[in-house]
Design a protein around this ligand. Structure first.
Ligand code: ATP
Length: 440
């Protein structure tokens, strides 16, 4: 029986448990009792998170000639956040429960305190989500800095630097992956909403007349990215915001939503930001952020289409979508049906026994595959137990070296999803795995 994620009421707990038990995600500072809403990515988690980011970078930068990358500073001066509107408006409505005194984000609680069930709250007040700190040894005015709450502003403030150093003209984009920080009032649902998280954002600059067309184009591209990496179509949907709900800068926003265990919720937002950002920074800094179109002999402020995704949030969705419990040889197994590009290990090299005769050829197989695939090498426990351990962390291929391998120079390749096994000559192994992962 194949349990589908959407119907399992314990799915979230199972994934959180697996993530901890198998080294994907740990509670930060756990030996000190943990630090609320911060998480550390363990040996398998860091592999997977890097894979999520690499898949994004590949699709958004490497495979295109109209997008370039950037890695901007996390610390920024107040002037940037004044111009962007964050100092004024990057707030959530904060209320206190009159009974238990817990604080909540008003728009997330439907009028009932999730802690004690009371329905009486204080008036909502605007709570700014930015982390404020101080740069340098002197306190006070001039030393204030903020941790960025999104990566986007670095792309806007570097608009002229990028334009003058690369030969691009609108439509073109600047992409960035990096940490962002928001002092969320109610962080929740594991790594879905945390105070420190990673974002993957593209700012795509276009002639104003083409904005709508590019907005639709990016909605479609981003939706397909999740599908391509294995999220089933029935767990993905697009949600276009009504005009009345749009942020101050937005001329249109569409979310890619995922069917989380608690219901549909945001995975990524795609916004048509108009010329808001470049105009704000031009006015505030006194440096014109425009494009001069030589052919038309006209100067204009490009519009910006922004697909903004969370890397850590996407990783969580990929884990939830991949989690299955099925039956193999009369036993229930847990398997992560992760796309091979996202799996923490793509190949496990498993000598059948610890006998020294198998060591040489097993190491040879490892050396053959390791430059091309993320490999685990495991000689402990029975082979059946080792297969289950690899299934549970989503390793697509297990390579078993047995005593016949010493005679026929071949190994067994086991497929994670079907558990089918195939004998493959060591000489053909790399080509075999490349073919099965669609790499010629
Ligand atoms: P929300 O309304 O849920 O607070 P948002 O609409 O403000 O989120 P954006 O500013 O559009 O979110 O951020 C873009 C993406 O960054 C989100 O779709 C999400 O994937 C990710 N993200 C935003 N905030 C967090 C967070 N606190 N923890 C993890 N990921 C986040």
């Amino acid at each position: 029986m194949d349990s589908t994620p959407a119907t399992d009421p314990d799915l979230l707990d199972k994934v959180i448990n697996l993530a901890k038990r198998r080294g994907f995600i740990f509670q930060s500072a756990e030996i000190y009792g943990g630090f609320r809403s911060t998480y550390d990515y363990g040996p398998l988690g860091v592999n997977m998170l890097r894979n999520v980011k690499a898949a994004w970078w590949r699709a958004m930068v490497q495979m295109r000639q109209d997008v370039v990358g950037l890695d901007a500073a996390i610390l920024g001066p107040p002037a940037v956040w004044a111009a962007s509107g964050h100092l004024e408006t990057f707030t959530d409505p904060l209320v206190d429960c009159r009974k238990c005194k817990e604080r909540w984000r008003e728009d997330k609680i439907d009028g009932v305190c999730p802690n004690c069930g009371a329905t009486e709250f204080t008036e909502a007040r605007a709570f700014n989500l930015m982390f404020k700190t101080q740069a340098g040894p002197v306190e006070g005015e001039g030393a204030t800095a903020y941790l960025r709450p999104e990566t986007a502003q670095g792309m806007f403030t570097n608009f002229n630097n990028v334009l003058s150093t690369i030969r691009k003209k609108p439509p073109f984009g600047i992409a960035q992956i990096g940490k962002s920080f928001r002092n969320e009032i109610t962080p929740q649902n594991f790594v879905f909403r945390t105070r420190e998280f990673e974002q993957m954002e593209l700012e795509f600059f276009v002639p104003p007349a083409e904005a709508e067309q590019w907005y639709r184009y990016w909605i479609d591209q981003r939706y397909r990215w999740y599908l391509d990496l294995g999220i089933p179509a029935d767990q993905l949907r697009l949600h276009e915001h009504a005009a009345a709900d749009l942020s101050h800068y937005s001329r249109g926003t569409t979310d890619v939503e995922f069917a989380y265990p608690w219901g549909w919720d945001e995975l990524e937002g795609i916004a048509n930001r108009g010329d808001y950002d470049l105009t704000q920074h031009s006015n505030a800094s006194g440096t014109k952020l425009e494009y001069f179109d030589q052919a038309a002999n006209e100067r204009y402020t490009p519009y910006v289409i922004e697909p903004a995704a969370g890397a850590t949030r996407a990783m969580m969705a990929f884990l939830l979508a991949a989690y299955r419990e099925d039956e193999v040889e009369g036993e229930t197994r847990t398997v992560l049906r992760l796309d091979w590009r996202l799996a923490p290990y793509q190949v496990a090299v498993l000598p059948l026994s610890k006998k020294p005769e198998l060591e040489g050829v097993s190491q040879q197989v490892l050396s053959l595959l390791q430059p091309h695939f993320a490999c685990d090498y495991d000689v402990t426990q029975s082979i059946g137990r080792r297969y289950r351990r690899q299934d549970e962390v989503g390793t697509p291929f297990c390579i078993t070296i047995d005593f016949d391998s010493l005679e026929d120079a071949a190994v067994t390749v086991r497929d994670r999803d079907s558990t089918a096994q195939e004998r493959v000559a060591i000489d053909d192994l790399l080509a075999h795995l490349r073919a099965r992962t669609n790499q010629s």
